[in-house]
Design a protein around this ligand. Sequence first.
Ligand code: SIN
Length: 287
Amino acid sequence: MVTQYKPIKVTPLSRFVGAEVSGVEIARGLSDQQFLELRQAFVKHSVIFIRNQNITPDEHIEFAKRWGEISVNRFFQAVDSHPVIAEVRKEAHQKLNIGSTWHTDHSYDQVPAMGSILYARVVPKLGGDTLFSSMYAAYEHLSDGMKNTLLRMRAEHSSRHAFGEAAYIGLDEVEGRLSNAAEATQDAVHPVIIKHPLSGKSALYVNGEFTVKFEGWSKEESQPLLDYLYSHAYKNEFTCRFKWTQGSLAIWDNRATQHCALNDYDGEQRLMHRITISGGCLEPSRS
Ligand code: SIN
């Protein structure tokens, strides 16, 4: 049943990225007008958060399909009987968490994900927050000289080092959380500065987890510039921090943000369900 139309309330969390949205109950369905407003908030703030949702995996999937086609993650453990939902899980006895290096989801795919919808099922009493950074702000605050250099460049992204056989060796910890190492074979080349398909704005598109090097450059040549770009892109002032409560849901734009899951809750469980939404090929920005 779709609820009667009520305008949603959008409260920004920081200057450049993130907003909390209230007035939405996903389990009851959203009217077209409410969904339009949610989409506008998503485009404007790049990541939106909705608290106190009580949704089943089927409702999560139904909601995700309103945003686009689902892109199934091939490395994360899937939820039993719902193979399109990826589990982001850390048990109390495990030390490593998933997603602790700044990244954007699926940048190793030739057609990377447009967004991700993460739903909190079990959260630690304290910790386990997620940081988001605005790649529009990162681009905007570069010098004109650096912008002009990067506008002509492309970078190579890969899942091999993160999810391939070599990444798994000796890591009992990934048991039951990550699999399909043999499928970590696809590499992708994307513009370093993309033109965002929804906003038309320029955004920095290299990330600390999956970007390997610049096209036509060696790894040794690439790393110093990549390191500079990361230290710039993840500056506190371009970020927001979300403190999860059970039942919170985040919808982020993988082409306008990067995120990093904090691993500061040893001894406690954290379990999130993630659905990733397909995007299109990325176009270079011209300015
Ligand atoms: C992810 O990197 O997709 C997961 C983020 C999180 O667990 O907060």
